[in-house]
Design a protein around this ligand. Sequence first.
Ligand SMILES: [Zn+2]
Length: 332
Amino acid sequence: MHASEPCTLVAEGIYQVRIPLPFALNIVNCYLLRDGDGWTVLDTGLNTPPARDAWKAALTHLHIQPGDIRRIILTHVHPDHYGMAGWFGSLVADAPPPVYTSVREAELAGILWNPQRLQEDIGFERFLVSAGMTPEMAQTVGRGIQSTGIQTLPHPATIHTLAAGDTVDIGGRHFLILHAPGHSDGQLMFYDAQDNLMLSGDHVLMKITPNIGLWPDTEPDPLGRFMRSLRELHAYKVRLALPGHKALITDWQGRIEELLAHHEQRLDHTLAAVKNGATVYETSLQVFQSDHFSPHEWRFAIVETLAHLDYLQRAGKVTREEGEPVIRFQAV
Ligand SMILES: [Zn+2]
């Protein structure tokens, strides 16, 4: 791919658009799918000036008018995927394209990006203190969510839902809708069995492992659900997967095996870290190379560590002690 090109043809009728993000993970891969005489957008980016420039360049390059966009499909509603759905709508204010995701993701969008909650809620800071952070650190780490929340504005007025097991036709392709939980409760993937092509969201990524976190709003057992889902998806024939970040995936089975091995190893490290009892924060310090973590990265480290401790607790390998205000875990 040429760095200056605003988009790249990655499969027949599908262009990848790399949208810049203001994080260490600095790109989200979004896609434009030819859809009859219009286009479908898959995932959108975080609403910042460089991201708007990147989308405008891609649309211009492909001679797409905003009114040509028939619909927007979101694999999940994390800010880097959801954040510009409303911006697309604002380009055609009289007829904004409908936005689709799963029922659970639509529900999470209402919870996570509720403007009032972003302003007033200190629940997440309390959650970080219970994980063992000092109140000062919890405040710094917790507040970052508010600035990210602003970059998801404007919000789409309505979100329509898609159900796993149904199919969605885009252009000449028939995609089976799959539920891919773990990274986000209701994440969806889209499988074109005829072309062995998967639109894989953040479920399977090259180079980095998708963040599997137990956030205050996450359904129980995210890591268990993620690993079970990966084992099921291992059976799918996939010649090419188009992911939400990093490189295209051509060795589907191999990458799934690596991800499963990574979490098995991380579970071992986590268990060793709580041998003598530890908070989530103390465990994170042992499990991650955290010296240069930004507040954003600390959020992910805490919820990821908690997801592993939760998994170990369900397996009977650690116990959880509900202290006030700090929770501790101990290897059995
Ligand atoms: Zn993402």
